[in-house]
Design a binder for this molecule. Sequence first.
Ligand code: FMN
Length: 172
Amino acid sequence: MANIGIFYASAGGTTKIITDALVEAFDIDEDSVIFMEDDYDDVEQFDDFDVLLIGSSTWGQGDTHFEWVDPMLEIEEDADFSSKKVAFFGAGDCRKHGEHFCSALGKLYNVFTKAGATPIGFVPKEDYIYEYSLAEIDGKLCGLGIDEHNESDKTQTRVEKWIEQLKKELGE
Ligand SMILES: Cc1cc2nc3c(=O)[nH]c(=O)nc-3n(C[C@H](O)[C@H](O)[C@H](O)COP(=O)(O)O)c2cc1C
């Protein structure tokens, strides 16, 4: 089984809904769950894992959670993730912030893929209603977005489907 690490940031706990489901589904050890605010020290922490599950809610005008700002700069400066697979997840609000729905996933996608990581876990955009998102790449969303403000009834199914998809893509 691949060595999986979760790195996530969440202000109000919504993104943690996905984190908790991933931890259970992939039986991930607590040392392999890095809450960016408390547990992240430096970019070398990514080296411990073959598969990175990267989470962030979206803030401002399509920004990542602020705890991702410095790590993203560190990755851009000095990281080689060419042997790693990466999947992105996070929470957003498709009505109030539909002009940048879950755009944080797209910003993270750019940084991690530029560092060489292979992205997995794309989802069909047809399951969502929004005006614009940086997470839309080649006609799909580059990761799992959930919206507990407007579409909480869809969260459980979205998360379960995504986990099944990741298991297939990881060959587990
Ligand atoms: C000031 C502010 C800006 C926001 N900007 C965005 C945005 O650009 N795109 C988006 O999808 N959601 C946006 N949101 C919604 C949050 O991402 C949403 O509330 C999410 O559930 C927070 O997840 P968390 O609890 O994991 O931090 C914004 C919320 C606030 C309060």
